[in-house]
Write a protein that binds this ligand. Structure first.
Ligand code: ARG
Ligand code: MN
Ligand code: MN
Ligand code: MN
Length: 314
């Protein structure tokens, strides 16, 4: 198979400047070169270009609805055609509102996909529950069939129809969930592994249960939506909504290795790297190079050495 890389330099799913430079920061950290060390062709499709809308008034506290809706429609088409061409697709954000278009475009090609959301946040607010109004905290609410009657019609989003069932989604890394989100997660019985669950069970068990939950009935394509703020802020400081007590480097890599080992990864998002928010150049570089490690590991970069196969205890 082959890999497609698609940049989405977009930031209007939240109010801080800079996350639109995420794709460049991740490429500058050597992404394409690292992926070409793996054993398949890499196609860099470059960055999408998003038009600026000069009139985009907030709609019930939600800023930039038309811009976010339109950017996601474009992204959905680009991801859909990369998947249709047979590429394992990597989407570089940009803020996490871009998952709406990425997962939607993927789902149009692969209606039976499942979604693994690795994040400090659940991003499942509706415009009515959201404390910030920001659409990057609402992406999942646009996807879920079960939330259809809780979602108002937002300008810019008439093209999105809910396509995912709550049972086809698992969260990993949660530690900052808003009250309205908590109620939704509870009511829909969504499988969640918070940082507390990871402390208790260990990341190995968490991945075992995650993959069993999603894949035991049938093998199906996986969409991995990885928010860099899932990682501990000491490892990923250059991001807009950092939360202490995140994933260790080795927990992050374990998650991606286990997903790679299923052979079912079809699309991944790597979002919320914000090079403007790093306190120093070094802070930006560690964040972007962590993003490269997470992507490479998801695509098969191994800690076991290339040609030898598994080392040590089987
Ligand atoms: N829950 C908060 C909100 O709704 C924060 C969301 C952060 N989301 C993100 N993709 N970083 O605004
Ligand atoms: Mn987050
Ligand atoms: Mn997120
Ligand atoms: Mn492999």
């Amino acid at each position: 198979h082959s890999v497609a890389v698609l940049g989405a330099p977009f930031s209007k799913g939240q109010k801080r400047r800079g996350v639109e430079h995420g794709p460049k920061a991740i490429r500058d950290a050597g992404l394409i070169e690292r992926l070409s060390n793996l054993d398949y062709p890499v196609h860099d499709f470059g960055d999408l270009s998003f038009q600026n809308l000069d009139k985009d008034e907030p709609y019930m506290q939600v800023p930039f609805p038309r811009s976010v809706g339109r950017a996601n429609k474009l992204l959905s088409e680009a991801v859909g055609s990369a998947v249709a061409s047979g590429h394992t697709t990597v989407m570089l954000g940009g803020d996490h509102s871009l998952a709406i278009g990425s997962v939607e475009g993927h789902a149009r090609q692969c209606p039976d996909l499942c979604l693994i959301w690795v994040d400090a946040h659940a991003d499942i607010n509706t415009p009515l529950t959201s404390p910030s109004g920001n659409l990057h905290g609402q992406s999942v609410a646009f996807m879920l069939k079960e939330l259809q009657n809780k979602m108002p019609e937002l300008p810019g989003f008439s093209w999105v129809k809910p396509f995912l069932s709550a049972k086809d989604l698992v969260y990993i890394g949660l530690r900052d969930v808003d009250p309205g989100e908590y109620d939704i997660l509870k009511e829909l019985g969504i499988q969640c592994f918070t940082m507390r669950d990871i402390d208790r069970l260990g990341i190995q068990r968490v991945m075992e249960v995650t993959l069993d939950h999603l894949l035991s009935r049938k093998q199906r394509p996986i969409h991995l939506s990885f928010d860099i703020d899932a990682m501990d802020p000491s490892l990923a400081p250059a991001t807009g909504t950092p939360v202490n007590g995140g994933l260790t480097y080795r927990e992050g890599i374990w998650i991606t290795e286990e997903i790679h080992n299923t052979g079912l990864l079809s699309v991944m998002d790597l979002v919320e790297v914000n090079p403007v928010l790093g306190a120093s150049r070094e802070a930006v570089e560690v964040t972007a190079s962590l993003a490269v490690d997470i992507i490479a590991s998801s695509l098969g970069q191994s800690r076991q050495g290339g040609l030898l196969g598994p080392l040590g205890i089987p």
